[in-house]
Design a binder for this molecule. Structure first.
Ligand code: ZN
Length: 159
């Protein structure tokens, strides 16, 4: 069986940036399990795994455009401290959910200058090319219910 649309793929992975820094990795007892072709994982990785088989070890480098996008400087804003009512201690690195014209986004506090709080609505990995070292451990057909929901059920899945 090969990785294709409507297949459920299990894999072990390690994610590094161009500096070789490990950003994320799966744990041996909990592989990443996703439904291929449903936008569950970033597009560039999905494309790189297409047609692979269980047991394959794959190295996929994904450009920023096909990962979390290029940085959009218009998503960096300076807000007054009063915009953070109910938060006692604002610190850099804090993340908040915010409404934007494109729906909810996660914003990160990047700079604090007295009452001026700079926030960045870019994904923390925006602008970074990512390298995935992947070992595909299992491939199975998705169930009708999984296809209906657009995500995986059972161990490692949603419900
Ligand atoms: Zn579901």
């Amino acid at each position: 069986m090969q990785v294709a649309d409507k297949k459920v793929v299990s894999m072990q992975y390690k994610l590094t940036n161009d500096s070789g820094e490990v950003l994320d990795q799966s744990q041996p007892d909990s592989p990443l399990i996703y439904l291929h072709g449903s936008g569950n994982i970033i597009p560039g990785l999905e494309k790189g795994l297409d047609g692979k088989a269980a047991g394959d070890v794959v190295n996929v480098r994904v450009s920023a455009e096909e990962a979390y996008g290029v940085r959009d400087e218009s998503m960096v804003q300076v807000l007054p401290r009063s915009a953070f009512q109910g938060v006692d201690n604002i610190e850099t690195g804090m993340q908040f959910q915010a409404e934007s014209p494109n729906g909810a986004v996660m914003i990160t506090v990047t700079k604090i200058n007295n009452d001026e709080i700079t926030v960045d609505g870019n994904h923390p990995l925006a602008g970074e090319a990512l390298t995935f070292d992947v070992e595909i451990t299992d491939i199975r057909d998705a169930t009708a219910e999984e296809l209906d929901h657009g995500h995986v059920h059972g161990p490692g899945g949603h419900h």
